[in-house]
Design a binder for this molecule. Structure first.
Ligand code: MRU
Length: 350
């Protein structure tokens, strides 16, 4: 089954870049493009209960900070449609909040839907989930414009992990900015890191860039620093899973090294994310919980062992880049240069 169509409309009513629809809600079922099977198979998973949504998030069928927040929001609403009791609400909230620890968008969305449901039940939960979906779509569009404006003059960029329509409603975060640069005819090429261990760059970013018709080359993660030092790109642009109040940024493991290389080369290191990724309760990056995933993910690629089965492995899924290495934080409310506690918190309402 192919569900990829150019200019497809998703259920929240906005056109999705490249025809990739990662998540859609048809009024009864949440359909998620199973990202574990990309790029070779395009299969949608039907999800009807909170536990199914939580499992899809844990197993990375649904991934990317804004997208897991939206999915979890629908997950609570779906559960309440089946069982509107207060116990069911608390159960759904607990399992979804615990599905992954680092991306704050998940807890942010779950807490909003929980609050709506306490007052207004399933209907209010669904309305809140739809509102979050819509606002993340609008955020992607605004970030694309703001980020592309901030990168005026840059023609070659490097990106890490996957930050496009598979990771957020709409065009995405960093990849949305890249798509806008291409739309403006400003882009010569993109260097995409493969992003071990789960290869989000090789499997997902290359897939999205080819759907978008954007010139790109895939590189092994260890080639990145040398290419940056040699002047291959004018900017590194990445997404984020949690931005602490002081501007420290948690993102896919390997991001910190790219930021150091960008600083040494004197090029831009841009982080793009909606304000739902900012965690004002987290004073600095040292407070961010870094997800440790199964060591088996390091031992294998595509189910094939790469090392002896007994090799001990360590598998942090994210790392923290200090604010001082970030030259620009792109949000739907504008771009903050050299983020500080004051400028980051000023992006949030109230
Ligand atoms: O483990 P993943 O694939 O969910 O990690 C995703 C990232 O690190 C992205 O860069 C991040 O979520 C921000 S982009 C939407």
């Amino acid at each position: 089954m192919s569900i990829l169509r150019a200019g497809i409309e998703n259920t929240a009513g906005a056109s999705v870049a490249g025809g990739v629809v990662a998540l859609r809600f048809d009024g009864e079922t949440l359909w998620a493009l199973d990202q574990r099977r990309l790029p070779f198979e395009e299969v949608e998973l039907p999800l009807c209960r909170a536990s199914e949504v939580a499992e899809a998030i844990r197993g990375l069928s649904i991934r990317g900070a804004p997208l897991i927040g939206v999915a979890a929001a629908y997950g609570i609403a779906l559960e309440l449609i089946h069982d509107p009791s207060p116990e069911s609400l608390e159960r759904a909230t607990t399992i979804l909040r615990a599905a992954r620890p680092t991306a704050v968008n998940l807890a942010w969305a779950v807490d909003r839907v929980h609050a709506a449901a306490v007052d207004g039940g399933a209907a209010a939960a669904l309305a809140q989930a739809r509102a979050i979906h819509e606002s993340e779509l609008a955020a992607s569009a605004a970030m694309a414009t703001a980020g592309a404006d901030a990168l005026a003059g840059v023609t070659r960029v490097m990106t890490h992990c996957n930050t496009g329509a598979l990771a957020a409603p709409g065009a995405g975060t960093a990849l949305g900015v890249i798509a806008e640069l291409a739309r403006r005819d400003q882009l010569e090429y993109v260097l995409a890191t493969e992003t071990r261990p789960l290869l989000q760059g090789a499997r997902l970013t290359a897939y999205e860039l080819s759907k978008l018709g954007i010139a790109h080359e895939l590189i092994v993660d260890s080639a990145a620093a040398g290419l940056i030092a040699g002047g291959a790109v004018g900017a590194v642009i990445v997404g984020c899973d949690r931005v602490a109040a002081n501007g420290d940024v948690a993102n896919k493991v390997g991001t910190y090294g790219l930021a150091l290389a960008a600083r040494a080369a004197g090029i831009e290191f841009i982080v793009a994310g909606p304000t739902s990724t900012i965690d004002p309760a987290c004073a600095s990056g040292s407070e961010i919980v870094i997800e440790e995933r199964d060591p088996g993910e390091v031992r294998q690629a595509h189910g094939q062992l790469l090392t002896l089965p007994g090799t001990a492995c360590r598998n942090p899924a994210f790392d923290v880049t200090p604010a001082e290495l970030v030259t620009g934080l792109v949000t739907e409310r504008g771009v903050v240069r050299a983020p500080t506690r004051e400028s980051v918190l000023a992006l949030l309402p109230g």
